[in-house]
Design a protein around this ligand. Structure first.
Ligand code: ADP
Length: 321
């Protein structure tokens, strides 16, 4: 028995002959939180709609806990909880009334509805809001209600579209903690355009650009890309670029606007080959007055731009060939 909760295989969706999503494949396991990241128009919503059975793929398949979405849509959909970007809330109801309706819609048996509502409220920190009208709740609490309806039937897979958009920093912190907690039991897929959110909440990351996956891996792999193969070095008596380039392992060097030396070295996988020690030794020998040497962290934004840019560059090259 496999513990794969989502199997997306070569998902493709055409709109008017154009591929909005192209050949996207990935798997998700129980207890994993997957961040789905991409610029506007990349194909995130289209992919989510296919995963939740709201849009038929032009090619490819989706299986939820081994159940094929096209062959057995009812069974497959019953295993999913979904919070679309536009929250499906009926604001004239109280929290209890609305969650009771949501439980019925998700086919929770009548004997279990009360328990399901209580459980979802407790997990989402809504216990003290039971009798409040949804329209009178703050934005953050409305989002909790949206998440509560997505988990009310204890689905195996919870899919959340941009769950922290429009919230204030404290609400964002609370919702992220809630998502992590939900991820302990269920598989969670979360779309976002906020890179640090992915870093804080997710175990796995997928970056989609122009319908294609340009990154699919663990958050640790993404973080490693972020550290990269650059050092930022401060010298009181800054040497010339030529002097630094003589050091074994250094491939590029430049002086930054604030008079630091940025050094690039060859191999970002094997930190043993990095020239830190040789630089320190040369600094002592030549009295360069070294006062700082640290990894030059590429921001996640830079990693994102690099990944999406690489894709665009490869495409241009392919077209030119
Ligand atoms: P994202 O959610 O990443 O912003 P979408 O999945 O909404 O991206 O859109 C991906 C691409 O598909 C875009 O180029 C968009 O214009 C196009 N698209 C989305 N929905 C439709 C539709 N119903 N008809 C035609 N084109 C669409």
């Amino acid at each position: 028995m496999t513990n794969l909760t989502v199997e997306a295989t070569e998902l493709t969706r055409l709109y008017g002959g154009r591929e909005a999503v192209s050949n996207v494949s990935f798997n998700l396991k129980q207890g994993e939180v997957l961040g789905f990241l991409g610029p506007n128009g990349a194909g995130k919503s289209t992919t989510m709609k296919m995963l939740t059975g709201n849009l038929a793929p032009s090619a490819g398949s989706v299986k939820i806990c081994g159940i094929d979405m096209i062959e057995n849509p009812k069974e497959a959909k019953a295993l999913i909880g979904y919070l679309p970007e536009m929250r499906p809330l009926y604001k004239e109801f109280t929290v209890d009334e609305y969650l009771t309706i949501a439980a019925r819609l998700h086919r929770v048996s009548s004997g279990n509805i009360k328990k399901a509502v209580e459980n979802a409220k407790e997990r989402c920190g809504l216990g003290h809001m039971s009798k409040r009208l949804i329209e009178n709740l703050s934005n953050g609490y409305q989002q909790r209600v949206g998440i509560a309806q997505a988990i009310i039937h204890s689905p195996m897979v919870v899919i959340l579209d941009e769950p922290t958009v429009g919230l204030d920093p404290i609400q964002i912190r609370d919702i992220r903690a809630l998502i992590r907690e939900i991820g302990g039991e269920h598989s969670v897929i979360l779309s976002t355009h906020i890179l640090p959110e992915v870093e804080m909440v997710c175990d796995h990351v997928q970056i989609i650009d122009k319908g294609k996956l340009v990154f699919n891996g663990g958050i640790d792999v993404l973080k490693r890309q972020r550290v990269g193969n650059k050092l930022l070095i401060g010298f009181n008596n800054i040497p010339s670029v030529e002097d630094i380039l003589k050091i074994k392992g250094v491939t590029e060097a430049e002086i930054t606007d604030n008079n630091m030396m940025r050094v690039r070295f060859a191999d970002d996988q094997d930190q043993n080959k990095a020239p830190h020690e040789a630089i320190v030794q040369a600094a002592v020998k030549n009295k360069w007055g070294l006062y700082q040497i640290a990894p030059d962290q590429t921001s996640l934004e830079d990693v994102f731009v690099q990944l999406t840019y690489q894709d665009a560059a490869a495409e241009t090259m392919a077209e030119a060939a």
